[in-house]
Design a protein around this ligand. Structure first.
Ligand code: ADP
Ligand code: AMP
Length: 216
């Protein structure tokens, strides 16, 4: 049966890295609201123009815009990893309603648990490929050739919001607006806490184990 997953956790916890690996291996659709928004900003679509100012400041884009976006991109049949959504209780409730309407439910919500100083270190060393979206870390996951994407050869860049002042702001936004989702989901039996401070491959193996244990 196809899994419908939510990856929850602070920015830099490794959600995107793991979502890419897992979706490739299990044939799931990876939905990253951050990636979709960055692409909208790049293309200067109406959504991108509205979202940019919030993203640059490290704040959340308003719920109504994000909920409309998810309604558009959520696959009809299920089999997805939601990465970076929901980020507020209002978004989580909207997701519940949407899944209900489609006759689907969540298989698991994985909480990526990682200390703040690790987040700061990961985000400040993160480099992304502006062409294909691959994610690297200068120390923990470096490209074969300095600053060049292994997959497509483009020159890697640092995200605008991966500067220290914005990172601190994003962490406080996480604590205030997103962390309440831990309680929201732990009231059901679907929240699984993961030690996200471990190395990338180890977390991947652990995720596969968790999904096996979850069965459905
Ligand atoms: P998120 O999607 O949660 O914001 P990313 O997957 O983009 O996080 O990871 C943030 C940074 O940390 C990236 O540079 C990535 O290469 C690196 N990273 C991801 N997982 C790990 C890990 N387990 N150990 C060390 N570095 C990691
Ligand atoms: P991310 O790539 O997940 O770190 O997201 C980058 C930025 O996009 C965030 O700091 C927010 O400004 C915006 N964003 C992404 N997902 C959401 C969401 N679910 N709700 C509100 N804003 C979001």
């Amino acid at each position: 049966m196809k899994k419908n997953l939510v990856f929850l956790g602070p920015p830099g916890a490794g959600k995107g890295t793991q979502a890419k690996m897992l979706s490739q291996e299990l044939g799931l659709i990876h939905i990253s609201t951050g990636d979709i928004l960055r692409s909208a900003v790049e293309k200067r679509t109406p959504l991108g123009v509205k979202a940019k100012e919030y993203m640059d400041r490290g704040e959340l884009v308003p719920d109504d815009l994000i909920i409309a976006l998810i309604e558009e991109v959520l696959p009809q049949q299920g089999g997805f990893v939601l990465d970076g959504f929901p980020r507020t209780v209002a978004q989580a409730k909207a997701l519940d309603r949407l899944l209900d309407r489609k006759g689907m439910n969540l298989s698991a919500v994985i909480l990526f648990d990682v200390p703040d100083d690790t987040v700061v270190e990961r985000l400040s060393g993160r480099r992304i490929c502006p062409r294909c979206g691959a994610v690297y870390h200068i120390r923990y996951n470096p490209p074969r050739e300095d600053e060049i994407c292994d997959r497509c050869g483009a020159k890697l860049i640092q995200r605008e919001d991966d500067r220290e002042e914005v990172i601190r702001k994003r962490l406080s936004v996480y604590r205030e607006q997103t962390a309440p989702l831990v309680e929201y989901y732990s009231e059901r039996d679907i929240l699984v806490k993961l030690d996200a401070s471990r190395p990338i491959e180890e977390i991947h193996r652990r995720l596969l184990e968790i999904l096996n244990e979850k069965g459905n």
